[in-house]
Design a protein around this ligand. Structure first.
Ligand SMILES: [Zn+2]
Length: 264
């Protein structure tokens, strides 16, 4: 057996992975990854209140654990710009002045607006895109593209002194995505082959058997529905589902219809 240096012996320092929300619930996704004196946080979401939470506007994760280790928090890494992954930032970042937030291109665009609105100028918003690799203390973050109902969604692999953990972010394996950007199966396979000590995998309704059809099938349905109609057609969607909005516009243009967009 090769002799291990005492300071890097994985037995001396445990790796901690602590969910502060988002486990067994839809909302307020937030993972703390801690090794020694270094912490990175993956996502910082909010949850919309249920019908019994009278007078509550938003639910955010309990960050007592992080507050007690403030100086150790090195970075917030964002997998994608859905509110249940970024909505907590305006309320939580003020506790961590100067700590950078890393996000992909679209997430940065949307977060930039949020940061301006809430005047959170002390936290730098920095790029972390699929294909990048970034060292943060004892961690190396490796983001990789995954398909989701918002563009520019990523999973994040974190190499740590004791092994690699993989956080998939929210994902759907769509082999014909509307934006043509496939989940990066190559890097997922490579990480798997190298060995992963912990996989954090989140995909809504993953417990239902079967396979979710491609987002493209929604576009086909729009065409079938819109073609025979003569009156106004009202379509509701998440404002961040750009692929769906795009398919509405494509279908509308095909049948010479005008499109009016209402919402945030
Ligand atoms: Zn999501």
């Amino acid at each position: 057996m090769p002799k291990r240096a005492p300071m890097t012996d994985p037995g001396d320092t445990p790796l901690r992975i602590i969910p502060l929300g988002g486990v067994g619930e839809i909302g307020k996704n937030m993972y703390v990854v801690e090794y020694g004196d270094d912490i990175v946080v993956i996502d910082c979401g909010l949850m919309f209140p249920d019908e019994e939470m009278f007078g509550i506007d938003l639910v955010i994760p309990d960050i007592t654990y992080l507050r007690e280790r403030k100086a150790n928090v090195k970075a917030f890494l964002i997998t994608h710009a859905h509110e249940d992954h970024v909505g907590g930032l305006p309320y939580i970042l003020p506790n961590f002045p100067g700590v950078p937030v890393y996000a992909s291109t679209l997430a940065r665009g949307l977060l930039g607006i949020k940061i301006k609105e809430h005047k959170l100028t002390s936290n730098p918003l920095l790029p972390l895109d699929p294909g990048d690799e970034m060292e943060i203390g004892p961690f190396t973050a490796i983001p990789f593209r995954v398909g989701h109902s918002i563009p520019d969604a990523m999973g994040i692999a974190l190499r740590t002194p004791v092994g690699t953990i993989v956080h998939t972010g929210d994902f759907k394996f769509d082999h014909t995505p509307v934006d043509g950007k496939l989940s990066d199966f190559a890097i997922i396979a490579k990480l798997g082959a190298e060995g992963v000590i912990c996989l954090l995998s989140d995909s809504t309704r993953a417990e239902s058997p079967g396979y979710t059809p491609s987002e493209r099938t929604v576009g086909e349905a729009f065409k079938e529905i819109i073609e025979p109609l003569s009156g106004r057609v009202i379509i509701a969607t998440f404002a961040s589902n750009f692929a769906r909005i795009m398919q509405v516009i494509v279908a509308a243009s095909q049948f010479d219809r005008k499109v009016a967009v209402v919402g945030r």
